[in-house]
Design a binder for this molecule. Sequence first.
Ligand code: GDP
Ligand code: MG
Length: 203
Amino acid sequence: MKSHDHLFKVLIVGDVTVGKTSLVQRYANNTFSKNYKSTVGVDFALKVLQWSASETVRLQLWDIAGQERFTSMTRLYYREAAACVIMFDVTNKASFLNSQKWKEDLDNKVVLSNGTPVPCILLANKCDLSPWAVTKEEIDLFSKENMFIGWTETSVKENRNINESMNVLVAKMMDNGEGVAALSGNGDYINLQLVPTPGYGCC
Ligand code: GDP
Ligand code: MG
């Protein structure tokens, strides 16, 4: 069988301390630590998924490390992105509201080669903490109004919904229409029970 290699650039965007670097470390290296040094510039990590018997997916994860104070990123950063993760911290209302700025910046700076917006998922991180500063109804409305493909709650700390939500993005990039009713892309809450996982797990 002929094997296919796919390489995708995926951006991880959001305010400082929402958990971006933690997400990348958790997802790519399966580690979690209380303290990551704030670097200046961009950090990269590579995640390799055996998506199917014949398809390998390589995700080049771009973590905006240290650039969060700029509400606007350079075009170079966004260039040729295939997908984007916008994260906020459920206990930090400002980080939720700023997700709109990050989304606008993304859509103003890059589109896919076919002219459509870069698929972007909204992650409500630190769901292990309480109280939340934002309701699920607010997030749902916000996700639809701002044309996210969908949103879900995550806890990088407890490794909750991390692989699952990233699989939603990968499926979107692979344009895998099969059995992905949960992926209608209209901003809805993503019920991860309904999302198929790749048959070959990850490596
Ligand atoms: P970044 O600035 O967006 O890269 O955020 P970091 O990844 O550096 O995380 C900031 C802080 O939030 C660190 O102390 C992390 O340990 C913590 N953190 C990240 N994800 C979670 C989570 O899901 N739950 C909790 N409770 N803390 C988290
Ligand atoms: Mg960071």
